[in-house]
Design a protein around this ligand. Structure first.
Ligand code: NAD
Ligand code: ZN
Length: 378
């Protein structure tokens, strides 16, 4: 079958790989209809991780069940399904508590499994014609049949639940004021989720005009960090010392984008942007190590967080991979009911063969490349 395979820094190729197949009785085999490129794929694409050439990328997958193992009871051949990116068992202590991003059964225990991701288990990605889905009863989220809402449902695999998780970590409540750093796909979904949860004002920070415009279109107030300190700009707009809740949807790669030497920039800015005793949700990724980082501390994942200021302001913070499965079912139901349309972030739907070009353009944050979907069947 054809798949998008990592070749080395800044290079992917569409090539023939071993066919995905049922390996365990609890597996399903899914024919991929839509699979998305994620900002998280760029950490591997840019060579900033230990990813070895040969990995099939793709953790944001949906499709039609082609076959199931004898131990699968709730999904059948022909079902339309989306797979939240965490590969998880559904029966360990963490899964039972809804913390599927920290599943204790899949490899590596407690650190989370994912399709097509270095350090997150042996599961090939779904930027391919077919995907093997372990523990299929738990990892497949059923969708209505047909082709309606394909773009919206595809985003249930990661960025819609992840954006929602950011608002959960930050504790967004009706009436709150919120600042979201990053207007990439994840930041836009966090912005959208904060508005969905009844935030009174949401400020979305980035420097790319097309992304800021999208934030403005859904009702947020765009803040361009390239024209001045965003914390100050937000305080001026708010006429108050800080917002109630802050969200980091950028992660450690703020260095390269912000042109700063210290990678913890966004976390420190959030502490300034959020009021005393307010709370912060961090879904932007911080790698435990980054071999290509500009200094030896950053290479070991040791970033300069100004903890004294954080303590002084009495703030709280939640972090981590999103437990996408915890949110995917009710977010799906909001889409079905016409109460959520996250697909506004989708900028391209392309055949799998165009993946190399799409990766390169998305990586450069080329204007108009906000969220790229790949459709292997086209
Ligand atoms: P992206 O790279 O497309 O978006 C990041 C955005 O941040 C860009 O638009 C960039 O211009 C902006 N930015 C850079 N520096 C900034 C700064 N100093 N202030 C404000 N904005 C700044 O990526 P994405 O797909 O939106 O993902 C964002 C992050 O979320 C990535 O680190 C990704 O790995 C992570 N992520 C985490 C989870 C999770 O489960 N926690 C899931 C998906 C993605
Ligand atoms: Zn993703």
């Amino acid at each position: 079958m054809k798949a998008v395979v990592y070749q080395g820094p800044y290079e992917v190729a569409v090539q023939d790989v071993q066919d995905a197949r049922i390996e365990d009785p609890t597996d399903a085999l899914v024919r991929i209809t839509t699979t998305a490129i994620c900002g998280s794929d760029l950490h591997m694409y840019e060579g900033r991780t230990d990813a070895e050439p040969g990995i099939t990328f793709g953790h944001e997958n949906m499709g039609i069940v082609e076959d199931v193992g004898p131990g699968v009871t709730s999904v059948r051949k022909g079902d339309r399904v989306v797979m939240p990116f965490n590969v998880a068992c559904g029966f360990c202590d963490n899964c039972r508590a809804g913390k599927s991003a920290f599943c204790l059964t899949v490899n590596p225990p407690g650190a989370g499994g994912a399709y097509g991701y270095v350090g997150m288990g042996p599961y090939p990605g779904g930027q391919a014609e077919y995907l093997r889905v372990p523990f299929a009863d738990y990892n497949c989220v059923p969708l209505p049949e047909g082709s309606e809402h394909e773009q919206d449902f595809a985003l249930l695999a990661d960025i819609f639940p992840t954006g929602y998780h950011a608002t959960e970590l930050a504790g967004v409540r009706p009436g709150d004021t919120v600042a979201v750093y990053g207007a990439g796909p994840v930041g836009l979904m966090a912005t959208y989720s904060a508005l969905l949860r009844g935030a009174s004002r949401v400020f979305t920070v980035d420097r790319h005009k097309d992304r800021l415009d999208l934030a403005g279109q859904i009702g947020a107030e765009p803040i361009d960090f390239s024209v001045g300190d965003p914390a100050q700009q937000i305080a001026d707009e708010l006429r108050a010392p800080g917002v109630d809740r802050g969200i980091d949807a950028v992660g450690y790669q703020a260095t390269a984008e912000g042109g700063e030497e210290q990678p913890a920039l966004v976390l420190n800015q959030l502490v300034e942007t959020v009021r005393s005793t307010g709370s912060i949700g961090v879904v932007g990724l911080y790698l435990p190590s980054d071999p290509g980082a500009p200094n030896e501390h950053a290479a070991k994942g040791e970033l300069l967080f100004k903890v004294g200021r954080y303590f002084e302001k009495g703030q709280t913070m939640g972090t981590g991979q999103a437990d996408a499965k915890q949110y995917a079912h009710f977010l799906r139901d909001l889409i079905i009911a016409g109460r959520a349309e996250p697909g506004f972030v989708v900028s391209q739907e392309l055949p799998l063969a165009e993946a190399p070009d799409a990766y390169s353009r998305f990586d450069k944050r080329e204007r108009g490349y906000t969220k790229v979907l790949l459709q292997p069947g086209r």
